[in-house]
Design a protein around this ligand. Sequence first.
Ligand code: UFG
Length: 331
Amino acid sequence: MAVLVTGGAGYIGSHMVWRMLDQGEDVVVLDRLSTGFDWAVPAEAELILGDIADQALVEETIARRGIDAIIHFAGSIVVPDSVADPLGYYLNNTVKSRALIESAVRCGVPHFIFSSTAAVYGTPETSPVAEGAALQPESPYGTSKLMTEIMLRDAAAAHDLAYTVLRYFNVAGADPGLRTGQSTKGATHLIKVAAEAATGKRAGMDVFGTDYPTPDGTCIRDYIHVSDLADAHAAALARLRAGGASITANCGYGKGYSVLEVIDAVKRVTGRDFEIRLGERRAGDAVSIVADPALAKAEFGWRPRFDDLDTIVSHAVRWEEHLRVANSGKA
Ligand code: UFG
């Protein structure tokens, strides 16, 4: 019995691989390394270089390794890129997920966990937002993930497959032991960008929009530590294996911070100042997205360990410093 982690060489996926190995699971990673790194995959896991839509490869792997669960992270994740290239996002996130789900069904894989996103809500009408809220994605990224949620729902109704959809809010931070972290080149996510500015990797940073209807005019997000997110997946997997029914749950803390509050936290935690350029709004950004995490806590028994913005920021900055030392060693 083994777990197949797609996108396991990426940021969240590699944390999940470590989390699974920590609990003694056999882990197979499928990743084409378009944005991930082979060094992010621990030697204890088997790394297969390939595409999730390569059904011959996926089905051979499922049979050979006796896969009982697929945890599906692989996909494209940058909201503004999806606005510029919607068809690319529908191919990568929707069409290819369909092929993967079909392989799971054909091979009788009983459990499937899917990385979805708070972007399926668009700008929620209520805050915090619970899972039953209206689904009104405001970007092709959010729509591409919602379509996969719908495919899973319908496939599970027709076949012997139970799924968990986890809707991530804004994931940040790094493994506290610095075994892995967010290493994407040309990163666009706020805490990563601010951590790069604080460690001198970039000369300052931009704030995208200061005229939103929020207390300080900048967008509000619910930032969740990546290790807490990995814990939520582990708990969701245990629940599915115990016979739990298909479910869709938010993964966030239920607290919102503005862009300026996050930047202040990075400056406070590091004691370093950097230039902030107040700029125009970015396409596809929702005003405010904060989770109601009650369902994940009740159904999975999920108990976050790092529910604190300064802790998330300090782990993100420590990882940035780790990367800087590692890269200077290579130079
Ligand atoms: N931002 C800046 N400057 C930057 C980077 C980001 O001002 O250099 C702002 C954005 O405009 C936004 C906020 O910081 O208001 C957060 O932006 P991110 O790019 O960090 O994250 P997003 O909220 O756009 O998207 C993330 C994930 C999605 C997920 C979404 C849910 O990438 O997968 O959170 O809220 F759907």
